[in-house]
Ligand binder design. Structure first.
Ligand SMILES: *Cc1c(COP(=O)(O)O)cnc(C)c1O
Length: 405
């Protein structure tokens, strides 16, 4: 890398709004599940850009789709439609319960559309009184003011003045609490079918079914936020497909674009009819550049050997983490599904997830945390066995360092 292109980490502190605290190293390029920083130092990527880079970095099908579309057409606005957007929408309806697609640019925006649609439906079909949104503690739905308010983490939603109203939070996996609270006033229940940011918390057997039944009983919509779980991450295209429980609205983003910003809200014909022209919109939503890349990503991810490979890779991760735990005894459990996995620290190591993340970085491995007690792994769905093994060797060295103090 030439001198004039290099930047220093301290420039971040001079010119950026300080809402992040990035690592000292500055990545320069990536290939598959490896990344190289400005100094040419190589890292193995178990983070996958937080469940986004589902085909790794610069996968040829993404690069080809991007470069081809880049020479044709990037942006139009919603005054016109375009072929990549319609082809991708058709594909998403074939792959899911949905009949209709609304495009956004991120997970938060897809969820925002889902919530606005639910409120609109309730008002038009049932009246003003049906406005309550029920969500779950430790849930995460994005950072717009509506979605962050629905998310169950006050640390993210407090401190910005009056919040959008009529949002209730209940404990995840507590069917009795939901049965007690839900009523004819409930407009929708919004949830992740496996909580991600909140600590990799899977639904207990029967929980999703019970939520669906309670929603049906009280004429409330069920919204699945599959922004993190979707697009093959748990071994099926959407996580709900394993459970047999269908939502009324689904939000998808992250791995949908494999790295290009795109989000989508999927829903049924009946509900979509409530979003008439002018009710909602987005300047970039459905732009041909993002849709062309997402179409290529979806076509690749849905190949049977990619989806089957997720379960195989889950096992390699679990085996590797178990072997480390046999030596160092720091995890209480490894939980999650497919390549959305969390290693929860036991009592002795409470609060130390970030120390492990930092030590891993020093060993040339990128991992994530989900709260203070969980080390999170959301790698590429096509990460090689060799990269997993080398990554585990680096993780073991990092943990040995943390254990040694
Ligand atoms: C990441 C995430 C979001 C927010 O997506 P953005 O693209 O950052 O807006 C919403 N919901 C879930 C479950 C997520 O994991």
């Amino acid at each position: 890398m030439t001198m004039e292109h290099k930047v220093e980490r301290k420039l971040f502190d001079e010119v950026m709004v300080p809402c992040y605290n990035p690592m000292p190293m500055i990545p320069d390029h990536g290939k598959g599940s490896r990344i190289w920083d400005q100094e040419g130092r190589e890292y193995i990527d178990f983070a996958g850009g937080i469940a986004v880079s589902c085909l790794g970095h610069c996968h040829p099908v993404m690069v080809d789709a991007l470069t081809e579309q880049a020479q044709k057409l990037w942006h139009l606005s919603n005054v016109m439609t375009n072929a990549p957007a319609l082809r991708l929408a058709k594909r998403l309806t074939e792959l899911s319960f949905a009949d209709r697609v609304f495009y956004a640019n991120s997970g938060a925006e897809a969820n925002e559309a889902a919530l606005k649609l639910a409120r609109r439906w309730a008002k038009e079909e049932h009246g003003e009184h049906k406005s309550e949104i029920i969500a779950f503690t430790k849930g995460f739905h994005g950072r717009t003011f509506f979605t962050v308010t629905v998310g169950g983490q006050p640390a993210y939603s407090d401190g910005f003045g009056p919040k959008p109203g009529d949002v209730t939070h209940l404990p995840y996996n507590d069917i009795a609490a939901l049965a007690d609270h839900i009523s004819e006033r409930t407009c929708a229940v919004m949830m992740e079918p496996l909580q991600g940011e909140g600590g990799i918390v899977p639904p207990e057997p029967g929980f999703l079914q019970a939520v669906r039944e309670l929603c049906d009983k009280h004429n409330a919509l069920l919204i699945f936020d599959e922004v993190q779980t979707g697009n093959g991450r748990t071994g099926t295209f959407y996580a709900y497909q394993e459970s047999g429980v269908e939502p009324d609205i689904l939000a998808t983003a992250k791995s949908l674009g494999g790295g290009i910003p795109i989000g989508a809200m999927l829903t049924t014909e009946r509900l979509a009819a409530h979003m008439k022209p002018g009710v909602h919109g987005s300047t970039y939503g459905g732009n041909p550049l993002a849709c062309a890349v997402a179409e290529a990503v979806v076509n690749e991810v849905t190949k049977p050997d990619v989806l089957d490979g997720v379960m195989e890779r889950e096992q390699w991760f679990r085996d590797g983490l178990e072997a480390i735990n046999d030596k160092y005894g720091i995890f209480s459990e490894v939980r999650g599904k497919g390549l959305l996995l969390g290693a929860a620290l036991n009592q002795d190591w409470e609060g130390r997830a970030r120390d492990i993340l930092v030590a891993a970085g020093e060993e040339g491995l990128l991992v994530l945390v989900a709260g203070p007690n969980v080390v999170r792994f959301t790698p590429s769905l096509v990460i090689t066995k060799a990269d997993i093994e080398e990554g585990m060797a680096r993780l073991e060295r990092a943990i040995a360092k943390v254990v040694a103090g």
